[in-house]
Ligand binder design. Structure first.
Ligand code: HEC
Length: 165
């Protein structure tokens, strides 16, 4: 009986290996946040090590992502993360949404919600120091300032609106 169950499980495991989500490996960065805003090198490095895997068009996959159902699980985070906040698609957002996203970013960092715990369990180098958090914070604030200087106040009021034109 046990042997049959194990063989059954092994077969299921082999079959699910054939169902793979498409990988997040686009090289399109034409709408990257850096196309319009200054992203200093030190900020870029923090984003790269702690955020980009879920919030850009390019994920650096670990080897175990080749194994299902691990990749399904990672893919959920990537799809969900990009839907909420995509650094490589930032400039396509309406300016009120850009401002809102920078506010959310500061909020997430302040509450220690990002990067996700399940990510930092494995990616220890993604754990943010107080200095990193401060750096991301001032960077987000500087983008908000740029937006405020550039656009009239009512264009920056976020209502439940479409994100893109
Ligand atoms: C392992 C994947 C992962 C990593 C790494 C990650 N995030 Fe997220 N992020 C998500 C997911 C999933 C969501 C959407 C669901 C949620 O809010 O929990 C999200 C949501 C967000 C949002 C939108 C919040 C909102 O109110 O809609 C912001 C902003 C954000 N993340 C910023 C960051 C920043 C900054 C970093 C790096 C310091 C980071 N994230 C790292 C997965 C990730």
């Amino acid at each position: 009986m046990i042997k049959k169950i194990l063989i059954g499980l092994a077969i299921v495991f082999i079959i699910i290996q054939f169902f793979r989500p498409s990988k997040n490996l686009s090289a399109d960065t034409s709408k990257d946040i850096s196309a319009l805003y200054n992203v200093p090198d030190d900020v870029k490095l923090i984003l790269q090590r702690a955020c980009n895997d879920c919030h850009s068009n390019k994920t650096v996959y670990p080897w175990y992502a080749e194994v299902q159902p691990v990749e399904w699980w990672l893919n959920n985070h990537i799809v969900d993360g990009k839907r909420h906040f995509n650094l490589n698609d930032f400039t396509s957002l309406k300016v009120a949404v850009q401002k809102k996203k920078m506010e959310e970013c500061m909020e997430q960092i302040k509450k220690n919600e990002m990067p996700l715990d399940s990510y930092t369990w494995i990616h220890k180098d993604a754990i943010l120091s107080e200095a990193d958090k401060q750096r991301i914070n001032t960077w987000c604030a500087s983008i908000i300032d740029t937006l405020k200087a550039k656009y009239p106040p009512d264009s920056l009021i976020f209502k439940e609106q479409r994100w893109h034109d």
